[in-house]
Design a protein around this ligand. Structure first.
Ligand SMILES: [Fe+2]
Length: 291
């Protein structure tokens, strides 16, 4: 194996991988090498460009830690997250569609009682936030309630930041709720706001190069989990957001866009313990049974 031509190099690497015992690992790694070499040949990659790529990936790793995930952000802005999600979550008509997880999920959000208030302790001095009542169900595909399902939610504060973007470890605006016998969950929050993805890292540099706005349309992240059903990782997008058609991470699906409607009745506000007026959003998850 000497004097390998530019075209033969990829084959030589792939042949060396023939000894990988796991079929899937061998297939994935071989395809990765084939496409990586094809990419380099297609653009006639220069040494400076190769070094730039290495530096970019190095910085992406160095800025990532337990709560900041620059590689997920990179995958998101390249559309890879949306592609992997789409391929892995093909569901029948009527089921709630999934979308990207995003870089701000944190394991272990507190489980709160239905009706809890996620706005408690949130600093609203920079932006007041719009009080919002979220009311939803977790249902089977044919509309029957699923009791005991867990709905894990997380979202931006009115200042357009997630709690994990602060310097401390305090959790805000994230919780888990358990559905009741009617499959229902409900809580008080602020209407989520559109926000820029973090731009102080290497992915921010990439976004500057691309020249896009780097914004995400407002959304509440949600993961619905129920025993015997396929978990769905998704977003709830308020209708009318100006970035719905130009999401930086390509994650918007029409069926996930819903109205946050004003409720002006002081009686309803009082019954729910909400200020008047407030916004209400109704969103039902429809889950597919495990095969
Ligand atoms: Fe988000």
């Amino acid at each position: 194996m000497r004097d390998l031509s530019e075209e033969r190099l990829a084959d030589a690497v792939i042949e060396r991988m023939a000894g990988i015992e796991d079929d899937r690992a061998r297939r994935v790694l071989s395809a990765l090498v084939r496409h990586l070499h094809a990419f380099a040949r297609e653009v006639e990659l220069t040494e400076d460009e190769w070094k730039l790529g290495i530096q970019f990936l190095t910085k992406t790793g160095q800025i990532s830690d337990g709560t900041r995930q620059e590689f997920i952000l990179l995958s998101d802005v390249l559309g890879l997250s949306a592609l992997v999600d789409a391929m892995n979550h093909r569901v029948p008509e009527g089921a709630t569609l999934s979308t990207v997880l995003g870089p701000f999920f944190v394991e272990g959000a507190p489980e709160l009682a239905n009706g809890a208030d996620l706005t408690v302790g949130v600093d609203t001095s920079m932006a007041p936030g719009e009080p919002t009542w979220v009311n939803g169900h977790v249902l089977t595909l044919d509309g029957r309630p699923i009791e005991g399902a867990i709905v894990d939610v997380w979202q931006t504060r009115p200042d357009a930041l997630y709690d994990v973007q602060d310097d401390d470890d305090a959790m805000q605006m994230r919780a888990r709720f358990r559905t009741d016998a009617e499959g229902r969950f409900y809580f008080r929050t602020f209407k989520p706001v559109s926000y820029p993805v973090p731009k102080d890292g290497p992915v921010g540099g990439l976004l500057s190069l691309i020249g896009g706005h780097g914004m995400r349309p407002a959304h509440i992240h949600a993961i619905a989990t129920a025993e015997g059903y396929r978990q769905v990782v998704t977003h709830i997008f308020p209708a009318g957001d100006e970035y719905l058609d130009s999401d930086t991470v390509f994650a918007v699906k029409d069926s996930l866009v819903v109205d946050f409607l004003p409720v002006t009745s002081p009686e309803i506000a009082e019954r729910l313990g909400m200020p008047s007026p407030f916004l209400q959003v109704d969103f039902d998850f429809r889950l597919v049974r495990n095969a």
